[in-house]
Ligand binder design. Structure first.
Ligand code: PLP
Length: 633
């Protein structure tokens, strides 16, 4: 079975090479590949510190090609009388370089953009210059938003204003009259087909966005009365991101197709059907995990969309519409990899215990006897005994009957029992439920140079799983088990859910920081060889939703593009400096430096500091302000 299930979630972009390093094949099976570990080393030599977000532009291009190829194949297979014009929802990743790449790579497919807010509209209007592509305007709209969108039609762009709220109908009619421009209008339907998964609440009658069927009819009548029914050309729905099951996708498209043909028969000039997002990403390669995987692929998705719309249109003799999807997660997730280093570990001390003597406290003798008795027949019972004795030892200590040194011995005996039990339990086919926590109890904590809040907010906020694994030493057995703790002073700043071959696991298999050392030793790392981990598939939503908890700022980012000779660094976007993050919370660096200078002068006067020390402090302070917010190794 392959390591970290990399084939399941990483194919065709990520794999492991003979050197035991992660390999990136940004063009999938079609092109060359890069050794991720060597790439990180080369980037570090260029002064790009970790954590480092590496974007592979070719992966982005490949995703766009795949999605378009899937729809082209489906259209050909069903002899569908219409085209596919995808749009990228800007909300998934608004970074300029990425959107510029996306527009460029999307040109052959007339790939467009979707804006969900006024600032996103500003981006989309300025950057989307592909003739024939669509610009879909979603989200809450005010008069200014609608006016801008309608006017932009005059630039030759196909801007479609999607009505998401009943009030927007009157606004669009009023703006259109005022400007004398007939806009292209869409309606977002609240389907009754239910979404499922983490974002399933996006559908249904009580969903935040969209018009119920009675509201859609009301909108049709208002547009008819304003002599603008011909403007209504698009039907949109979105049943939630990351839909895990294909039957849910089918139910939604079936319902939407019926609404579409009905609208056409009511007199609207229906030309576009926009199926929103929802196309899932397989984060764990399981094909079954409800929250992290999906039971279909891109091609099944395209087949189902095309087939259902065709059937509904043929039955009612309605022209087949241009199909639009707003897949963001499926386009942007794979293109970035976050690489970060491990700063140190905290391991459970589990060495062979010294025998107890008759002079030792009874509780210590009990624990030692338990340790001695552990075997394949007794390990489950022994675990309960050891836990009970350890709890007793702690309460004896609380009442003053056990010294601090004795308590320390009791705890070490307990860890020794756990280690011995775990070793036996791991050899069993079936691990009893009550022992499941043991792996977690015995796991080391790997301290990582990263803020979960900044770089993987969904992992913290909604327990989203992302594949995480070492990017090197993969030819070496990962003998340790660990959870990850980030740099923030927040106990939620951790990752303790990982993908496993069968299920979600609470520990990750990792290597000891010192090569060849087992997990049962507790020594400081004696080597300076760094240990690098990668977090994969985080290219959608994570960057923009990341926050500045503890003032850890944006990470360094590089864009890498394959060339015939290897690769080239297209762009470097330096991560936030301390001055920058402090500026976000209204501190001025100059003022801060001035405060330190004044305090140093006062301390000098009182001879609490030497001139040399004061100079050093000030230099350090000033230098730090221009530095990266993460730790430098
Ligand atoms: N379209 C709309 C209206 C959305 O709200 C979203 C996100 O939830 C998307 C598209 C993107 O969907 P996905 O993340 O499934 O690609």
């Amino acid at each position: 079975e392959e390591l970290y299930r990399i084939k399941g979630w990483g194919d065709p972009y990520f794999s492991i090479n003979a050197a035991g390093h992660v390999t990136v094949s940004p063009q999938g099976d079609r092109g060359g590949s890069l050794d991720l570990y060597e790439l990180v080393r080369a980037l570090k030599q260029r002064n790009l510190g970790l954590p480092l977000l590496i974007r592979f532009s070719d992966i982005l291009e490949d995703r766009i090609q795949r999605l378009n190829a899937a729809f082209a194949k489906a259209i050909a297979r069903y002899n569908y009388q219409g085209v596919y014009r995808g749009v990228f929802p800007v909300k998934c990743n608004q970074q300029r370089h990425l959107i510029e790449d996306l527009v460029r790579f999307g040109k052959p497919y007339q790939f467009g953009l979707e804006a969900g807010s006024k600032p996103e509209l500003m981006i989309a209007l300025a950057l989307l210059d592909t003739p024939g592509s669509l610009l879909i305007c979603n989200g809450y709209k005010d008069q200014e938003y609608i006016e801008t969108a309608i006017l932009a039609k005059q630039l030759g762009k196909t801007v479609i204003v999607v009505l998401e709220q009943v009030e927007e109908v009157d606004l669009v009619i009023a703006e259109s009259r005022k400007l004398g421009i007939m806009p292209i209008v869409g309606v977002r339907a609240k389907l009754s087909a239910k979404g499922i998964g983490r974002w399933g609440g996006s559908a249904g009658d009580r969903a935040k966005f969209g018009l119920t069927v009675p509201e859609i009819i009301q909108a049709v009548e208002k547009l008819r009365a304003a002599d603008m029914l011909s403007c209504l050309q698009l039907l949109h729905y979105h049943i939630g991101s990351q839909i895990p099951a294909i039957n849910v996708i089918k139910d939604a498209i079936r319902e939407a197709s019926q609404i579409f043909v009905e609208l056409a028969q009511l007199g609207a000039n229906m030309r576009y059907l926009d199926v929103g997002g929802g196309l899932g990403v397989d984060y764990d390669g399981s094909k079954t995990n409800f929250y992290a995987s999906k039971n279909y692929n891109m091609q099944n998705y395209a087949y189902d969309v095309v087939a259902e719309v065709k059937e509904a249109c043929e039955e009612r003799d309605v022209p087949m519409p241009t199909l639009i999807s707003e897949s963001g997660r499926a386009i942007a997730s794979h293109q970035s990899v976050l690489v970060f280093d491990v700063l140190g570990t905290s391991d459970v001390i589990a060495e062979e215990p010294e025998p107890t003597t008759d002079d030792d406290h009874l509780i210590l003798r009990n624990l030692y006897e338990t340790w001695q008795s552990i075997s394949a027949d007794t390990y489950q019972e022994a675990y309960h005994d050891a836990t009970q004795f350890k709890d007793e030892a702690i309460s004896l200590f609380g009442f003053g009957y056990l010294s601090l040194v004795e308590r320390s011995r009791a705890e070490r005996l307990y860890w020794a029992c756990c280690a011995k039990i775990l070793e036996i339990a791991r050899q069993q086919d079936y691990v009893p439920d009550d022992l499941e926590d043991l792996e977690k109890i015995m796991a080391s904590i790997y301290y990582v140079n990263l803020s979960v809040f900044q770089s993987a907010p969904d992992s913290w906020a909604i327990d989203q799983l992302f594949p995480i694994m070492p990017i090197h030493r993969l030819d070496e057995e990962p003998t340790c088990r660990g959870t990850l703790a980030d740099l923030t002073c927040d106990s939620d700043g951790k990752i303790d859910q990982f993908i496993d071959l069968r299920d979600v696991k609470s520990v990750l298999e990792l290597h000891p920081l010192v090569r060849g050392q087992g997990s049962d030793t507790n020594s400081e790392p004696q080597t300076t060889e760094p240990y690098y981990l990668g977090l994969f598939l985080g290219g959608a939503y994570q960057e923009i939703m990341g926050n500045l908890h503890n003032l850890f700022g944006d990470t360094n980012t590089v864009h890498i593009q394959l060339t015939p000779k290897g690769y080239q660094i297209e762009h470097v976007v330096k991560g936030d400096t301390m001055t920058e993050v402090l500026g976000y919370v209204q501190y001025d660096s100059e003022d801060l430096i001035e405060s330190i200078r004044r305090q140093s002068e006062a301390a000098l006067q009182e001879r609490r500091i030497t001139l040399q020390e004061a100079q050093l402090l000030l230099q350090n302070y000033e230098r730090s302000l221009s530095r990266y917010t993460y730790l430098t190794s």
